[in-house]
Design a protein around this ligand. Structure first.
Ligand code: NAD
Length: 331
């Protein structure tokens, strides 16, 4: 019984960003149609919010079954806050795939590259349903890190990025980002040291490690879509409460993690305040008419279903192309 093993570079050879956007779109449709099973993530705190153990990290178990690829699996993915200063990536993840019909383990894949690519693709797919047919847009980005790059790459697959304003706590990170991302932006990449400037954009993405709620209510411009993508507390609660409509990928998860965690746990934002899920939009069960007056808050907190669907397609393609290693764990 061979289990296929796929590394970062093999996965990058098998799947383009466009492929991943298409896979996510189908998987969001499956979430809307009820053919995806995606329990809420379970978290093992390794010192992210407690002093013990002192590793400033948390790791999540993210199981899912995805009907359109008939695949099941689990991603085991975490964030280590001290890693960037050690030259290691903040996100570390592995994915284990299983044949849902007989329980045989079909694949073990690097989960870090899949997490990074699908996190960008989530935003691009969400914009497909939130942008009312617009073809070009301006982007404001907070956090010039790994996810900031995949956000930019994925959005550029579906839209013309007119301008991209980037703010990072470390100006050198923003400079490096601007150099590496210039081919994905048709207009200019503007590095700003005034965080409020980046918010004056059609699409505003916060994708940092911030816990200090730096994004202010006054910055949330009518007619813009705000994506708080970081795992902690990037937005002031008044900014979140000022949203005219809230769209999320997974209601249970979004009310207990990420941007809405505190408001959700205090009961100040509840299920009834969520206008739609991305699944409902993708499946055509709900629609959003874009208005220049409305502030839309969209939170793709990240679901295992996206990782499992991407892994299933990567395994299918690897089999067709004879790529990757294999190991018999039963030998
Ligand atoms: N929603 C999802 O599906 C999803 C998936 C993966 C990662 N994430 C989250 O995205 C965030 C970023 O992850 P990453 O892999 O890009 O990390 P990274 O370390 O590669 O990049 C983070 C960047 O943010 C900058 N930064 C930190 N605090 C800031 C602040 N207050 N203002 C502006 N810039 C700031 C850092 O200098 C760095 O350049 C994390 O919170 C991570 O957990 C979310």
């Amino acid at each position: 019984m061979q289990t296929r093993l796929l590394s970062t570079s093999e996965i990058e050879k098998l799947l383009s960003m466009k492929d991943i956007i298409d896979i996510l779109d189908k998987t969001f449709q499956g979430m809307g149609n009820g053919t995806v099973i995606n329990p809420t993530k379970g978290t093992l705190d390794l010192g992210e919010s407690n002093p013990f153990p002192p590793y400033h990290a948390d790791i999540n178990s993210m199981p899912a079954y995805v009907g359109w690829v008939d695949a099941a699996g689990i991603k085991w993915a975490g964030g280590w806050l001290k890693n960037p200063e050690k030259g290691l990536p903040y996100v570390s993840a592995m994915i284990m795939m299983v044949n849902p019909q007989n329980g045989m383990f079909t694949g073990v894949l690097d989960g870090t590259i899949i997490t990074n690519l699908r996190t960008g693709a989530q935003t691009a797919v969400a914009l497909k349903y939130l942008c009312g047919g617009k073809k070009s847009l301006s982007v404001g980005l907070y956090g010039a890190g790994v996810q900031g790059r995949t956000q930019t790459r994925a959005i550029s697959e579906l839209f013309d990025i007119e301008t991209l304003k980037v703010y990072d706590l470390y100006p050198e990170a923003a400079l490096k980002f601007a150099e590496e991302m210039k081919d994905y932006v048709s207009g200019d990449i503007i590095i700003t040291d005034k965080p409020e400037e980046a918010a004056d954009s059609d699409v505003v993405i916060t994708v940092t490690h911030a816990k200090d709620k730096f994004f202010k209510k006054e910055w949330f411009r009518p007619g813009s879509i705000l994506f708080p993508m970081g795992s902690y507390q990037e937005c002031d609660e008044e900014a979140l409460l000022s949203a005219d409509r809230i769209v999320v990928d997974h209601i249970g998860q979004c009310l207990h993690r990420g941007a809405l965690k505190e408001l959700g746990e205090q009961g100040r934002i509840t299920k009834k305040d969520i206008y739609a899920t991305l699944g409902e939009l993708a499946a055509g069960k709900k629609n959003i008419e874009i208005s220049e007056q409305e502030r839309i808050l969209c939170i793709p907190i990240g679901t295992g279903a996206m990782d499992i669907a991407v892994s299933a397609v990567a395994l299918q393609k690897a089999e067709e192309q004879g790529l990757g290693g294999s190991y018999d764990f039963t030998a």
